[in-house]
Structures are given as structure tokens and as C-alpha cells.
Design a protein around this ligand. Structure first.
Ligand SMILES: C[S@@+](CC[C@H](N)C(=O)[O-])C[C@H]1O[C@@H](n2cnc3c(N)ncnc32)[C@H](O)[C@@H]1O
Length: 218
């Protein structure tokens, strides 16, 4: 059974015993998400309006931090996220991520977690969210995206999520000059991204991780 765990910055993550894997870095879940997805992805991508696709909705932490940024800014953000195993309410209801998201954190977090799956939901100013309950290896994803948050479980634990075939699928729905960010900087991952039509850059990682990957669709 999944367990709630406190990471080094005080924010929660979830431990999955069957995979011996955490949803986020144990060195700081919020810190990791801000570093990889917000600063290296959202802040770097200039598209306006901004269409984001996320692989692995999980706890909704990336969605929450993105919604806060969108509300504070001027860009319209349309966020689509796919999740094979939506979290049960008993565990998502205990997450403390809103404590790290400022005064609007609690309200926005609650709107994100209660948003119905399979439809577009207006969450707050400048932020709309579509949560898809589905499997990225099977589901046909429609649309074109400027920014991809690739946040699957690690390549050692879930190799089928990091294949050339998956990155080709992602490449097809990524705009030219669109950006993909992910925490993995493994050689195979970078090679598959290049073969799928991305130019790959290594960036310094958050605490506990030497490097992360940002890729730009050619
Ligand atoms: C590293 S966690 C994601 C963390 C998440 N972005 C967050 O902010 O909490 C990986 C997520 O990918 C989901 N996942 C695993 N296999 C999947 C698949 N085939 N299709 C879609 N999602 C999948 C897992 O259930 C898990 O929620």
C-alpha cells in the first residue's frame, strides 16, 4: 500500500512499495518540482498561450505549482495531464503541498484535486486543467503542446515509459521548438529523445541530483 513520506524540504511525497520508488525526490519534493518543471520548463518556455502536457499527474504537485505561477502571471495556461493510477482520496487528501504554494495554495490545490477527470476545468485565473485517467502507452493523446513535463517513474523501475516509441509519440504532439523537461539524464533517455527529434541539453539538477534534461523539439 502506498505510504506518505516527508522529504527533506518538509513537503510530502508518496512511496510505492511494489516498485520501491518515490513519486518525487526524497531530498525535497517541492524543491525538485520547482527546479525541474517550473524554473527549467515553465519559466524558460515563452509560448503564450501555453499548452502543457504532463506524463504522470500523480499528486498534482506540478499542476499546483504551475497554476500558482499562471495565476500570478499574464499567460493563459492550458494544462493536460495523463495518469494511469489516480490516487485514492484517503492519500491525496493528506498531502501538505499547498503549504508550499502561498496563500492561494490551499484553495487551488482543492480545486485541482476535486476537478472531474476527462473534461476541461477552469481552476483559477489563467489556468485550465484536463486530467486524463489513462495509460500513455495505450492512449491516443490529441493536441499540440508547447511544454511537456515528463514525470514518469524512473527508467530503472518503468523502462517501458522511456522508450524511443514513447518519445516519438510525445514528439508527435510537441510543437516545433516546444520544450520537454524531465528529471532523468540517463544516457539511453537522452539518446531516445534525440532519435525522436529533440535537441537535448543537460542542466544542473536540484539537491541530490547532478543533472536533469531539457530537450527542444527540432
Ligand atoms: C514520478 S510520479 C509523478 C509525480 C507527479 N507529476 C506529481 O507531481 O506528483 C509518476 C506517475 O506516473 C504515473 N504512471 C505510471 N505509469 C503510467 C502510464 N503508463 N501512463 C500514465 N501515467 C503513468 C504513476 O501512477 C505516477 O503517478
Amino acid at each position: 500500500m502506498n505510504k506518505l513520506v516527508i522529504t527533506s524540504d518538509g513537503s510530502h511525497t508518496i512511496y510505492v512499495p511494489e516498485l520501491d520508488e518515490h513519486y518525487h525526490s526524497i531530498h525535497g519534493a517541492v524543491q525538485e518540482s520547482e527546479h525541474i518543471f517550473i524554473r527549467s520548463g515553465f519559466d524558460f518556455c515563452q509560448a503564450n498561450p501555453l499548452h502543457i502536457f504532463e506524463v504522470g499527474f500523480g499528486t498534482g504537485l506540478n499542476a499546483l505549482l504551475t497554476a500558482i505561477k499562471a495565476e500570478q502571471g499574464t499567460r493563459e495556461v492550458i494544462y493536460t495531464s495523463i495518469e494511469k493510477y489516480p490516487l485514492e482520496e484517503y492519500i491525496s487528501g493528506q498531502l501538505n503541498h499547498y503549504n508550499f504554494a502561498g496563500e492561494r495554495g490551499r484553495a487551488i490545490s482543492s480545486l485541482i484535486s476535486s476537478a472531474p477527470w476527462g473534461t476541461m476545468n477552469s481552476i483559477c485565473r489563467n489556468f485550465r486543467l484536463m486530467k486524463i485517467a489513462g495509460d500513455i502507452t495505450k492512449e491516443e493523446v490529441k493536441g499540440k503542446f508547447d511544454l511537456v513535463y515528463f514525470d514518469a517513474f524512473g527508467p530503472e523501475k518503468q523502462p517501458d515509459m522511456w522508450t524511443l516509441w514513447i518519445f516519438e509519440k510525445i514528439s508527435m504532439i510537441t510543437e516545433k521548438n516546444g520544450i520537454l523537461v524531465t528529471y532523468s539524464s540517463k544516457g539511453d533517455v537522452k539518446r531516445n529523445l534525440r532519435s525522436a527529434g529533440f535537441r537535448v541539453t543537460r542542466l544542473p539538477g536540484p539537491p541530490g541530483k547532478r543533472e536533469i534534461t531539457r530537450a527542444i523539439k527540432i
